[in-house]
Design a protein around this ligand. Structure first.
Ligand SMILES: [Zn+2]
Length: 276
């Protein structure tokens, strides 16, 4: 009996040690993912600023958009430099756009959410790449009311290949892309381009390639739901009129990201609801 108790206790000690080491390791990984997110966020800022300018995303150091002086490396540390400089350029003292810290922080949080959801898996790395493209589309459309082919085309090619690699059927992707594009193309034709832009048609196709069938439907539903709630809030706050334009790309890309994480659960919940 005594031997048994000691055996059990030592077993417990070992499993405690293993789980404690497991938690520690997971915390270290999560911290690394957060840090990696900040760095990638900083790179995405460069991409967003240089898009449409025919400048290389990699070559050349960043410069202040106001005084055009090169930014020294210690003023270019994600998030930290913005806080230390209190949002102002060291050289000219003009304010630095909110876009820089927000994109860095958002990328870090998105990467962490994906890590907590998928762990260090192939799906995690694919979702990192997809989310980075979606974030660029989100911010660029918000700023310029424009969705660029320069982003959509490489994203579509990568989404198609990565999802085939993850085991999606080609037909699931093609059907979803056609439905996504068709859904917006129809609205574009019926309204002569008043309700949606032609960029939304291409983004619809990209959403299909990223999510496959039938998850695309969840993303479309979420986008309209969030868009409607947001629109009502803006109207209630008197910020927008019923007729004013809000770019739809941010809602579509945001909903696509949410569908990566919650899509399957939402779909299961819905089927549960109608069948039971
Ligand atoms: Zn400056």
């Amino acid at each position: 009996m005594r031997g048994f108790v000691i055996y059990q206790l030592s077993n417990l000690k070992i499993s405690c040690l293993i789980s404690r080491r497991g938690v520690k390791l997971r915390c270290m990984e999560a911290l690394f993912v957060l840090f990696f997110g900040l760095v990638i966020g900083s790179f995405l800022n460069v991409v967003i600023c240089r898009l449409g300018h025919k400048k290389s995303f990699i070559a050349g150091r960043s410069a202040c958009p106001k005084c055009h002086k090169k930014i020294v490396w210690y003023d270019n540390i994600p998030l930290l430099s913005y806080l230390i400089l209190q949002g102002r350029c060291r050289q000219c003292g003009k304010s630095i756009s909110w876009q820089y810290p927000s994109v860095e922080l958002a990328t870090a949080i998105i990467f962490l959410c994906l890590f907590l959801n998928f762990g260090l898996s192939a799906q995690f790395f694919v979702a990192l790449i997809f989310s980075s493209f979606l974030l660029v589309i989100f911010v660029y459309d918000l700023k310029h009311y424009l969705i660029l082919d320069q982003v959509i085309i490489p994203a579509a090619v990568i989404a198609f290949l990565a999802n085939i690699f993850l085991g999606f059927s080609i037909w699931s992707l093609i059907i979803a892309a056609l439905v996504g594009a068709g859904f917006f193309a129809l609205q574009f034709i019926v309204s002569s381009g008043q309700w949606v832009g032609d960029g939304d048609i291409r983004l619809g196709a990209l959403m299909g390639l990223m999510l496959g069938w039938p998850l695309l439907l969840v993303a479309l539903f979420l986008a309209y739901l969030i868009g409607a709630i947001f629109g009502l809030i803006l109207i209630a706050l008197n910020k927008k009129k019923m007729s004013s334009q809000i770019p739809f790309g941010p809602f579509l890309s945001g909903a696509t990201f949410l569908t990566f994480i919650y899509g399957q659960d939402l779909l299961n919940w819905y089927f549960h609801l109608i069948y039971f």
